[in-house]
Design a protein around this ligand. Structure first.
Ligand SMILES: [Mn+2]
Length: 317
C-alpha cells in the first residue's frame, strides 16, 4: 500500500486514536504528537492512546501533557487506530483486543510484522517522523511550529543528532524545511540531552567503568543489574545514551547492553558499519534496525543471556 492510499483511508475516518510503542522514545512521541495535531487541523476527531506517561526529557513537546498514561484503549465510536513507530503487536501501547475498527500501521522498523489492516513500512526512513512529515503534506494539513518541533525532535533522536548512517539527504531536507517554522534546534537539543537526573550520570559512570571489550576489541559489552539501580535508588526509563557511548571507543564495531529487568533481561544492540544487529536480535525474537536493535529475553539470568547473545554476535562480528 502506498502512502497516498494510507492517506485516503485516513481521510475516510472521523474519530481516530493514535498510538506508538510502549516506553515511547523521541521518534514515537514526536510522530504521534505531530500527526494528532495535523489531523485535528483538517477536522478529524483525533486523540492519543498511551499506556505510559511521557518521559521527562520529552515533556517540552507541545501537547505532550496529554500523553499521561490515562487513555489506554480506543474511545467509544473510534473508527480507526493508527500505530506509529511500533514493530510488533506485543509492543503496541494500547489495548486493542476488543477494538473492531480499522488498524493502520505506519513504521520504519525492518522487523515490522505487518499487524495492521493496512500497513506502510519504509525501512529507508531514518525516523517514522519522516513518513509522518510526508503524510501531513499529502493530507494537506497546514504545518506550524508546534508540529515542526515534534517532527524535528523525532529526527534528532532517531539519527543520534543526524550522525548515524540512517540519516539521508531526505532527512536533512525535511529538517531544513522544519527549521523554516522558526523553531530553535538548539533548545530542542538541550531539552532532549542536557536534561538528565544526577543519578543517571552516576549510573553511566558506573556502567562505563565496568565495560568490557571482546572479540579483539570489536565489541563493547555493558550491563546494568537490578542491584546497581537499587543502590542508586533510581528507575531507568532509557539506556540508549549509555549504550551508544560504547561506540565511541576506537576500533569498536558493536556495543551491547544487558539490563536485568523483572522477569528477564533486556538486550540493546548498536553497531557502526557492518555488524547487522537486527540479524542477531531476530535469532532471539527481537529486532529493530540494522544498526540498532533490541531483544527482550524472558525467564533468564543476566549471565545466561550474555552467554547466548555474545555467542551469536561472535558469529557475525
Ligand atoms: Mn523510530
Amino acid at each position: 500500500m502506498t502512502l497516498h492510499e494510507i492517506a485516503n483511508k485516513i481521510l475516510q475516518m472521523n474519530k481516530i486514536g493514535i498510538t506508538f510503542h510502549v516506553s515511547p522514545d523521541g521518534d514515537a512521541a514526536g510522530s504521534v504528537l505531530s500527526l494528532c495535531q495535523a489531523l485535528r487541523k483538517i477536522g478529524k476527531e483525533a486523540y492519543m492512546i498511551s499506556k505510559d506517561a511521557i518521559s521527562y526529557n520529552l515533556s517540552f513537546l507541545p501537547f505532550s501533557n496529554m500523553l499521561n498514561g490515562e487513555c489506554v484503549k480506543p474511545k467509544d465510536g473510534t473508527d480507526c487506530v493508527i500505530i506509529l513507530d511500533c514493530g510488533n503487536k506485543e509492543r503496541i501501547s494500547a489495548e486493542l483486543d476488543n477494538f473492531k475498527g480499522t488498524v493502520i500501521n505506519i513504521d520504519h522498523h525492518m522487523s515490522n510484522d505487518l499487524y495492521g489492516d493496512f500497513n506502510y513500512v519504509d525501512v529507508n526512513a531514518a525516523a517514522t517522523a519522516e513518513i509522518i512529515y510526508e503524510l501531513i503534506n499529502i493530507l494537506n494539513a497546514p504545518m506550524d511550529s508546534d508540529i515542526a518541533r515534534c517532527l524535528y525532535t523525532s529526527l534528532v533522536t532517531d539519527t543520534g543528532s543526524f550522525r548515524h548512517s540512517n540519516a539521508t539527504t531526505t532527512t536533512h531536507i525535511i529538517a531544513s524545511e522544519l527549521l523554516k517554522f522558526n523553531i530553535s534546534h538548539s533548545d530542542i537539543h538541550s531539552n532532549i540531552f542536557d536534561n538528565k537526573p544526577y543519578e543517571k550520570l552516576k549510573l553511566t559512570g558506573y556502567v562505563l567503568s565496568n565495560t568490557e571489550l571482546m572479540f579483539d576489541g570489536k565489541l563493547a559489552v555493558m550491563e546494568i543489574s537490578k542491584d546497581i539501580l537499587n543502590k542508586l535508588n533510581m528507575i531507568l526509563d532509557d539506556s540508549s545514551d549509555i549504550i551508544s557511548q560504547g561506540l565511541q571507543i576506537r576500533g569498536v564495531e558493536g556495543s551491547v547492553l544487558f539490563r536485568e529487568v523483572d522477569g528477564g533481561v533486556k538486550v540493546s544492540l548498536r553497531s557502526k558499519k557492518y555488524l547487522n544487529v537486527n540479524k542477531v536480535a531476530s535469532v532471539f525474537g527481537g529486532g529493530g534496525h540494522v544498526r540498532a536493535s533490541g531483544i527482550t529475553m524472558k525467564d533468564i539470568s543476566l549471565e545466561e543471556a550474555k552467554k547466548l547473545v555474545l555467542n551469536q554476535i561472535k558469529e557475525e562480528i
